[in-house]
Design a protein around this ligand. Structure first.
Ligand code: NZQ
Ligand code: ZN
Length: 383
C-alpha cells in the first residue's frame, strides 16, 4: 500500500426528514446564497422543506444551474454573490448544482476570472463556506473536494479540486430518490460504479482494505440496481444506494492506491462535444478501457472477475472477456447505452478527441501510458 494522508471533514447528516435540521446547521446570521438547478426541487417539495427549515434566515436565491454546470451561468451567480455580500452557500441539487456552487465558493472572495481557477492559474487559498442538500445519489461531490465545470463557448469540460470547497455538511435524505427520473437513477448507479472502478481497476499494491471495500461497493450496486429501478420508493433501497454512492468517491477507497480516471477524462470530452450525460459517457468508455488496457490491468481484471462476478473458469483472456461482458450488460440493464453509434457519434469525433489530448501533451491512466493513439483505439472499440 502507498503512503497516504486522509482527511475528510464533511459532516454527514443522513436520513428521512433531516432537511428540517438545516436551521441548526447553518451559521446564525449568515447571508446565504441558495443555489439550485432547473426547478425539480420546486416540484418535489425539497425547495419548500428547505425554505421552511430556514425561515427567518437571509436568503438570496440563484436557480437555473444546468446539468454539466456552465461557467457562463456561474459567473452570473458570482456577480450576484459579490453584490449581496454572501457569506454562506447552500447548494440544493445534484452533482451539477454542487460543483457549480464549489466554483462560486472559490471565486467569490477573489477578483480573478473564475476560469483561472479551473485552469489552475490561480490556487484556491480561500473560499466561502458551503453546504449541500443532495438530491441525487451519483457523483459523491457532497463528500469530496472536486468540481467539474463546462464552458459553452469553447466546448470544454474540466475539473478542479481543493479541500477548501469541501462542504461543511451534507444532508442526505434518501427520500429524494422517489422523484428521480429513471434515467437519472441509472446515471447515478453507473456513475457510482465507475467511481469505484477508477480507483480499483489498476494494479495490485496489496491494499486489502481498499480492494475488499471496493468489491463490496460494486456488489451492492449490482444487487440494488434492479431492485431500485423496479421500486424507487423503497426507503431501504434508496438509503443503501445513497450511502454507497457517497462512499464511492469520498477519498476512502482511493487512499493509498493507484488511480486511473481515463474513462472520466475521455468521457468529459464526449459531454463537452455532444452533450451526453456524464454517466452515459462512462458506460460507453469503460468497457473500451478494460479491453484495450487489458495487459496493463491484467491482475486487477482477473481479481475483479473473480471477486465481483464469480468468474473462475477459462483462460486469462476468456475470463477478462467475460468480466467486460458482464460489466457492459449490467450497464445496459440499467437502461444506459454502451456504444458511440447509439448516439450517431463516429470517426470524426474520435479524431477530434484524440487530437485534443495530443495538444494537451499528457497521458492518461494509472501508469500514464494511455497515449492519444490508445485513446483513439479505446474510442474505436466503442463504435
Ligand atoms: O436541474 P434540476 O431541475 O434539479 O433536475 C436535475 C437534472 O435534470 C434532476 N434531478 C436532480 N435531483 C432530482 C432530479 N429530478 C427529480 N428529483 C430529484 N430528486 O436530475 C438531473 C441531473 O442532475 P445533475 O446534478 O446534473 O446530475 P449528477 O448528480 O449526475 O451530476 C452530474 C455532474 O457532476 C459531475 C459530472 O461531470 C456532471 O457535470 N461530476 C462530479 C464529480 C465530483 N464533483 O466529484 C465526480 C463525477 O465523476 C462527475 O464528473
Ligand atoms: Zn463520475
Amino acid at each position: 500500500m502507498y503512503n497516504f494522508i486522509f482527511q475528510n471533514p464533511v459532516k454527514i447528516v443522513f436520513g428521512k426528514g433531516q432537511i428540517a435540521r438545516l436551521n441548526q446547521l447553518v451559521p446564525p446570521g449568515a447571508t446565504i446564497m441558495l443555489t439550485y438547478g432547473g426547478g425539480s426541487i420546486k416540484k418535489n417539495g425539497i425547495y419548500d422543506a428547505v425554505k421552511q427549515a430556514l425561515a427567518g434566515f437571509n436568503i438570496i436565491e440563484f436557480g437555473g444551474i444546468e446539468s454539466n454546470p456552465k461557467y457562463e451561468t456561474l459567473v452570473k451567480a458570482i456577480e450576484l454573490g459579490k453584490q449581496k455580500n454572501v457569506n454562506f452557500l447552500l447548494a440544493v441539487g445534484g452533482g451539477s448544482v454542487l460543483d457549480g456552487t464549489k466554483l462560486i465558493a472559490a471565486a467569490l472572495p477573489i477578483p480573478n476570472d473564475p476560469w483561472d481557477i479551473i485552469q489552475n492559474k490561480v490556487k484556491v487559498e480561500i473560499a466561502i463556506p458551503l453546504a449541500v442538500v443532495t438530491t441525487i445519489p451519483a457523483t459523491g461531490s457532497e463528500m469530496n473536494e472536486r468540481a467539474v465545470i463546462s464552458r459553452l463557448s469553447t466546448q470544454e469540460k474540466y475539473a478542479f479540486a481543493s479541500p477548501l470547497v469541501m462542504p461543511q455538511f451534507a444532508i442526505l435524505d434518501p427520500e429524494v430518490c422517489y422523484t428521480l427520473p429513471k434515467k437519472q437513477l441509472a446515471n447515478g448507479l453507473v456513475d457510482s460504479y465507475i467511481h469505484v472502478m477508477e480507483q480499483y481497476l489498476t494494479f495490485p499494491v496489496d491494499a486489502m482494505v481498499q480492494d475488499k471495500f471496493s468489491e463490496s461497493l460494486l456488489k451492492i450496486i449490482i444487487e440494488i440496481a434492479p431492485k431500485i429501478l423496479d421500486d424507487q420508493t423503497n426507503y431501504d433501497y434508496c438509503a443503501n444506494f445513497m450511502w454507497t454512492s457517497t462512499l464511492a468517491l469520498n477519498g476512502l477507497i482511493g487512499a493509498g492506491v493507484p488511480q486511473d480516471w481515463a474513462s472520466h477524462k475521455i468521457g468529459h470530452e464526449l459531454t463537452a462535444l455532444h452533450g451526453l450525460d456524464h454517466a452515459q459517457t462512462l458506460a460507453i468508455i469503460l468497457p473500451g478501457v478494460m479491453n484495450i488496457m487489458r495487459e496493463s490491468k491484467r491482475e486487477k481484471l482477473e481479481q475483479y472477475g473473480r471477486e465481483v462476478w464469480n468468474i473462475t473458469m477459462g483462460s486469462v483472456n476468456e475470463r477478462i472477456d467475460k468480466a467486460i461482458n458482464k460489466t457492459e450488460t449490467f450497464f445496459q440493464q440499467t437502461g444506459l447505452k454502451t456504444h458511440l453509434s447509439d448516439f450517431n457519434i463516429g470517426e470524426d469525433t474520435i479524431e477530434k478527441i484524440a487530437n485534443r489530448f495530443e495538444k494537451r501533451a499528457f497521458q492518461l491512466g494509472e501508469h500514464q501510458n494511455i497515449t492519444p493513439d490508445l485513446i483513439r483505439a479505446i474510442l474505436k472499440d466503442r463504435l
